[in-house]
Design a protein around this ligand. Structure first.
Ligand code: AMP
Ligand code: MG
Length: 414
């Protein structure tokens, strides 16, 4: 099998995953989930024409010149219904959100008036019909679909759910994900330090990458490079929706992952991607489980997660936006590159005051075993496969990995 391009591998994966089934969730636990039902308005909002300001409601015909003095005949608060009809020469004191009384067709805010003795008020400006009135149904009409299936639940969406009195709603289930590390040389976090061993970073880095997507994985532990032991672990992993296996996917004599998963009935779609870091990257499926064979090198494992696993998981959770956000940035230094594989260079991003956009700077040594290059990174900068190197000043694309849409600065200048 030849090497797949990154985009082709992504397509192959997304083509073979489906949205999971729905489950009910309470509003308090719904942030970040995706609606699996259309949510409708349960009333007109506002339910009648209401005032947008604290002020006075009157007939606009009475305020064609300023100043004008009108008689106050009623006080209307939000949540109360007016009882009087406004006639020529009259007005009502009205609070924000309170219903506009019969006869009135405009509201003027209190700042444009002066209180006089007796129940009178002076208006210092003229007004047009409809001024500062929020019309009935301006927000939503009873029965309207306000949140269609597929809506990601953000804080704003939660506000709408509460508005339409939905304490519980249907959302797509999250995948159950298992993590397995493989390798004779690996030392678990709870094992004593042995200078001849390699600490298992991948299990924990992958766990955190999953948690960042709202998924609590199950850690299967470390399987030795032994086909029988590996098969035992893999069988447990094949009970999950998604199994992430790191290490052992290459073509070394002790790389048993691919033949062992195949012997357990996993149909491999591909096992090589033309990328750096990360080329021994495998993907296969059973009826139940999507299996990702991630490279053992810690940087490669994390980079492959961002490019392949994260989009698949988001797609399974019903998200329309499955890929991490990318931005354009200006490269601060030359970058060497050999034509062939798409390269993902770990970079930090900065925003210089005088500049409109971001700058990208390599985090240092880019070996696929140098996990600090990842730990320091804000993003992954793409060097296209066909590029023969980039020069300082080039505009590059950076995939943000620093916690999805967040950034350090407010991003605007006052
Ligand atoms: P492999 O893909 O199994 O050939 O592993 C490639 C490199 O990654 C080797 O140097 C491994 O020791 C290292 N490696 C594999 N799995 C892990 C892990 N879970 N944590 C840290 N390093 C690992
Ligand atoms: Mg290995």
């Amino acid at each position: 099998m030849e090497y797949l391009q990154v985009s082709a591998a992504q397509r192959s994966i997304l083509d073979s995953v489906a949205v999971l089934d729905a489950e009910a969730v309470e509003i308090e636990k719904s942030l970040g989930r995706v609606l699996a039902e259309d949510v409708c308005a349960n009333r007109d909002l506002p339910p009648y024409d209401v005032s947008a300001m604290d002020g006075f409601a009157m007939r606009s015909a009475d305020l064609v010149k300023a100043p004008t003095i009108l008689e106050i005949i009623e006080d209307i608060r939000a949540g109360e219904m007016p009882v009087k009809t406004i006639r020529a020469g009259q007005c009502a004191r009205i609070m924000t959100g309170a219903p506009v009384p019969q006869g009135a067709d405009a509201v003027l805010k209190v700042e444009d008036t002066e209180a006089l003795s007796g129940d009178r008020v002076q208006f210092n400006v003229t007004v047009k019909s409809g001024n500062d009135i929020r019309p009935l149904g301006e927000n939503m009409r009873n029965g309207d679909v306000v949140l269609p299936t597929g809506t990601e639940i953000t804080p704003g969406v939660i506000g709408i759910l509460a508005t339409v009195k939905r304490a519980q709603m249907q959302v797509y289930r999250r995948p159950r994900v298992a993590i397995l590390s493989t390798g004779d040389e690996l030392e678990g976090l709870d094992e004593p330090v042995n200078p001849n061993k390699i600490p298992d970073a991948n299990s924990h880095a992958l766990m955190a990458q999953l948690q960042a997507l709202g998924i609590e994985p199950v850690m299967l532990g470390i399987a030795r490079d032994d086909p029988a032991e590996l098969a035992e672990y893999l069988e447990r992993g094949l009970k999950f929706d998604v199994l992430l296996v790191s290490g052992g996917t290459s073509v070394g004599v002790h790389d048993y992952v691919r033949p062992t998963v195949e012997s357990l009935g996993v149909k491999m779609k591909f096992w090589r991607v033309a990328m750096k870091p990360g080329h021994p990257m495998a993907f296969g499926t059973t009826e139940k489980t999507k299996v990702f064979g991630l490279p053992g090198n810690p940087v490669s494992s994390m980079v492959c997660f961002e490019h392949f696993v994260a989009p698949a998981l988001r797609s399974m959770m019903g998200h329309a936006r499955c890929f991490r956000r990318t931005i354009a940035a200006r490269l601060m230094h030359d970058v060497k590159h050999r034509v062939g594989r798409t390269e993902f260079i770990r970079v930090t991003l900065a925003k210089e005051k005088a500049e409109a956009g971001h700058t990208a700077t390599s985090t240092g040594s880019q070996g696929s075993g140098i996990l600090l290059s990842m730990a320091r990174a804000d993003g992954l900068m793409t060097v296209p496969a066909e590029s023969s190197g980039l020069s300082a000043g080039a505009v590059v694309t950076v995939l943000l990995i620093d916690g999805t849409e967040f950034q350090l600065e407010a991003g605007f200048e006052e």
